[in-house]
Design a protein around this ligand. Sequence first.
Ligand code: ARG
Ligand code: GLU
Length: 717
Amino acid sequence: MKKITAFFLALFLFALPLQADEGMWLPSLLKQLNEKDMQALGMQITAEDIYSLNGGSLKDAIVSFGGFCTASVISSQGLLLTNHHCGYSAIQSHSSLEHNYLEDGFWAGSPAEELPNPGLTATFLVRMEEVTQQVIQGFKRGMTAAERQSIIDQNIDRLLKETPHKAHEEVQIKPFFKGLQYYLLVTVTYRDVRLVGTPPESIGKFGADTDNWEWPRHTGDFSLFRIYAGPDNLPADYSPDNRPYQAPKHLRISLQGIKEGDFTLVFGYPARTNEYLPASGIKHILEVMDPVRVGVRDRSLALIGAAMRSNPIVKLKYASKFARIANGWKKWIGEMQGLKRSQAIAKRTQFELLFLERLQNNPSWQEIYGDLLPRFKVLYADLAPYERSKQYYTEFTGRNVDLLSYAGLFRRLLKIYRESGEKGFLEFKERLQPYLQKQYKNYFAEVDRKVFAALMEMYLNKVPENHLPKGLKEEWTQKQIEELSKKLYENSSFSTWETVEKLFELKPEELKKEIENDPAYLLFSRLAEAYEKQVQPKYQHIKEEIEELERSYLRGLITVFPKKKFYPDANGTLRVTYGQVRGYQPRDGVVYLSKTYLKGVMEKYKPGDYEFDVPKKLRELYRRKRYGRYGEGSRMPVCFLGTNHTTGGNSGSPVLDARGQLIGLNFDRVWEGTMSDIYYDGSICRNIMVDIRYVLFIIDRFAGASRLVEEMDIVAD
Ligand code: ARG
Ligand code: GLU
């Protein structure tokens, strides 16, 4: 009976044409794996047009933006298009209450007015190449994991040294498929990236956190930057003498428009996914990880949100922090709901039956892979209590309470001093000081203290006694928390930038003494030491065993399903994902269309609201409805949906049409589908993009920045 079910399941799973939309594919393997599928979906260009070593392919117009987003080159003068939320902290850093670029937007009238952003980078991929054999060369049967790792490390070191590359290029080697494969990546990083233009938040972040992760969407989530280069057109540190990067390749922009079913290709830098988990691993995320992270953030967001609503200075200072904390929070809530709704655990379990069935028909497979799934189960059960404590610890000390994060950074400074003396100390200090100066611009001690007090209480209640510092619970009783936290913030040097700045003037020995007596440092150290002794080692140990199993499991899947095409989990490397413009059915009886229009912006308009206000100029443009070449007649398109498989890091990725021309800008996914990082369900997983025509309309008609439109390469037909 079981056999028959599995047989039909197999028919069902594999008789279907491969779901076109799932997968984040390697650009260098498109020809081999995807070109046919892509062309069947309507693509008119070739794999070689997308990725080629001979120069001039589309990949040469894509950059990793600051390492956290994607951007594309859209003019021969190094003009970069990315999301407003990717440029956010740069825009914020140039803003103040007097000239508030977040609120009013910013448009450089000439190159001289483009604003430098120290630390912001743009990285091109020159080439990638598989080097698995070279990396694992020397493996012998029966080696321990540690022995194998040491061979891998040595081989990688050697390869990095031996690989020929130009002086301005960097070489790195990264694991793919959980370490079953390795790739060598040659990159070039530009270090002078300037802000060129951004719409006001009421366009670029329209709908803010309420609309974030949701459809229907009406956000003009874009901003413009420019790469600057030295006299030789090569990367250079910021200098007023740098010139706009002369781009050998830029994207052409199509105004032809988009309709349901059209081919879409998203080309960018997805950061991390986990698509090959066993059912027990999905359960772990759903029941252990996500609830903790969401629970902590529920509390901190309520407090920060209240403070922002009651004070405009707090609102400006905390805008970016709030958006960051809320972004993860809302995504994880969507992830939990999506995993439940799509019955991910049950379906993955069914799939595992099929896997087991195949093992049973092959004794040698059975021998190698037969006990994997039960072992996962045991390990995840062991991991759960440590995971909970780890998540509480990270959220409390590293993500939501600034005072503790700052104390943590100083603890690191002291550790470096201990381990590598004055030289290491000075090096780290050099980076720490400007970083903290920027952080403190957006710090408000009283808001932070409230968050601290609430999360301290939660920490002491939720983390099991044996994972807590000894005596902490007795000291910080519920009654005392308010008073103790006030004292803590009054007496710690980390409460104001002025006192932190003074610390930086001290000699290492003096600084050490000063910090070691700081109450916030002392508290953080107690928390950290307890975590590092009572949680971290055990967590690490179990996690490593799980990773070892994951590698075997993935090898098993590839062996047992030889006809299935596998794509590696996202790991911050350049990927292609393709699909189609497509609406969806979020729940019974409801259908979402695939496109939104400016009309919808006006429907959401709430005068004076911090999320749904609309600038006067845009309201006027809407009234006149003269959209010219950017409109669909009397309608102005704003956003659209696709079936492209994307994740964090894909923000700012260009969306290309069947001819490889730019039609949009990726910026989000729909809430019902955020579980696609773990479990992709083609019926409800959608990515959200801004229509390029809206981007151009805003630049041209709203901002009047015609000099920028002129330098672009717009294809009219
Ligand atoms: N959800 C999008 C992403 O993950 C946009 C986030 C920025 N916007 C916001 N309102 N927080 O990055
Ligand atoms: N907004 C996300 C980012 O910053 C992209 C949305 C997603 O996670 O798919 O990369």
